[in-house]
Design a protein around this ligand. Structure first.
Ligand SMILES: [Zn+2]
Length: 416
């Protein structure tokens, strides 16, 4: 309870002191909504106690949330004496579709408003680049049809690329006839303008937002997976929203999401956070971005698999299997993962030096093996002096972090 009171006062603080992009009312609504999510069924009196907000403020917010059907009144509480309180719950009729996009596969999930996954499906994407978005759209339609009893608030899409939201607004039906727009070319459905930078994606991802919107009629929010995960850390309460944090998504490539001064740092055209494409070795291997020796060429899952190939002189298994081998003590797998973690840690040093975040949060398969990989990454990060050493940790529920981040996109967009 004390922690929550502290959190409430921090939310007040952030508003007064920093450049939060949310108004006090919205922050308090977010706080109350999250309290209901975590504690449901819960009474108004308990919300006032746990949030640290005035009883009258809580009542006002609850009435708004009820009127907008984010929450519903449920059963009556049973107390020994006095008035029987009415318990509050999230509206279980409403949901979000969450998409976690990788270069060769995509996970689609139905979640409730609290980010709880109710159904989940993995799609292996077609080899034919022109058929990929069609396959994703078909799966979304099937998922919606299978959950026809639910009202969807929108579709959140986390993807490994930078999406220029302004340019996407100009995307029209042209996306349907687009033939050229691989992510690598940065030429896509917006008529040659760069609406998306996704060097590891070889299909025309630029048209995904408009195609899914046209097919479903639902609002679609697209963002870089690392940005979305940073938002999710704040939205679902793992971070207090006051301290700066950087999310590092370790996957086929490396992406970072920067939450600073109470908001996601986006930069011109939404392209901030590309630490993965900072050159760390001028003589290094070619990178999908067109450069060579980028951080992601030495520290991504692909780098780990390449190290194994070089050390064991045989092809690497899938990255998840490589991690299992390393944990089981296989010498070549261990050496490969150690080399990858050392490279990750050196990059974390760069991030800590540049931004001095309070936390660096890791998302991706490597975060699922934190007991093994965490100390390797941390010791490499600390090898050279830092003015401030950030706390390094895996994302909460690391296995589900990417999907939950897609839910956070929709919830944040609706601003509750
Ligand atoms: Zn690069």
């Amino acid at each position: 309870m004390e922690k929550n009171k502290m959190q409430a006062s921090r939310y007040t603080f952030i508003n007064k002191q920093s450049a939060s992009n949310k108004m006090p009312r919205q922050i308090n609504r977010n706080l109350i909504f999250n309290q209901i999510r975590v504690r449901q069924p819960v009474s108004r009196a308990d919300l006032a106690r746990t949030s640290g907000l005035q009883r009258s403020t809580v009542s006002l917010i609850v009435e708004e949330l009820l009127a907008e059907r984010w929450i519903v009144e449920g059963s009556m509480g049973r107390l020994p004496r006095g008035r029987r309180p009415t318990f509050l719950n999230l509206n279980s009729q409403r949901g979000v579709l969450a998409l976690d996009i990788h270069p060769e596969q995509t996970t689609i999930a139905v979640t409730d408003l609290g980010g709880k996954i109710l159904a989940e499906k993995l799609i292996v994407l077609p080899k034919n680049a022109e058929k990929v978005i069609g396959a994703i759209v078909d799966s979304i339609r099937e998922m919606i049809a299978a959950h026809a009893d639910r009202i969807f608030d929108g579709i959140g899409i986390s993807l490994p690329g930078r999406f220029d939201l302004d340019l996407d607004k100009s995307v029209t039906d042209k996306s349907r006839s687009d033939k050229s727009g691989a992510g690598r070319s940065r030429s896509d459905s917006s008529g040659g303008k760069k609406s998306v930078f996704a060097p590891n994606i070889s299909w025309p991802i630029g048209g995904i937002k408009s195609r899914v919107e046209q097919a479903t009629g639902l609002p679609v929010v697209v963002d870089n997976v690392a940005n979305a995960c940073a938002l999710s850390e704040v939205w679902f309460g793992s971070s207090d929203g006051l301290h700066d944090l950087v999310v590092v998504n370790v996957s086929e490539g490396l992406g970072t999401g920067i939450f600073a001064n109470g908001r996601i740092l986006r930069g011109e055209g939404g392209s901030a956070g590309e630490f993965g494409h900072v050159q760390v070795d001028p003589n290094g291997l070619p990178c999908g971005c067109g450069s060579n020796g980028c951080w992601e060429t030495v520290a991504s899952n692909r780098a780990g698999m390449r190290y194994y190939h070089e050390i064991a002189s045989k092809p690497s298994p899938a990255f998840e299997t490589l991690l299992e081998l390393a944990e089981a003590g296989d010498p070549a797998a261990r050496e490969a993962i150690e080399k990858m973690c050392a490279a990750l840690g050196r990059g974390m040093h760069m991030i800590a030096s540049a931004l001095a975040p309070s936390e660096i949060v890791v998302v991706g398969d490597i975060a699922n093996s934190w007991h093994f990989a965490g100390s390797l990454i941390e010791s490499a990060m600390r090898r050279n002096p830092l003015v401030r050493v950030p706390r390094l940790r895996p994302a909460l529920e690391a296995g589900k972090a990417r999907l939950r981040s897609a839910v956070a996109l929709i919830m944040n967009e609706n601003s509750l």
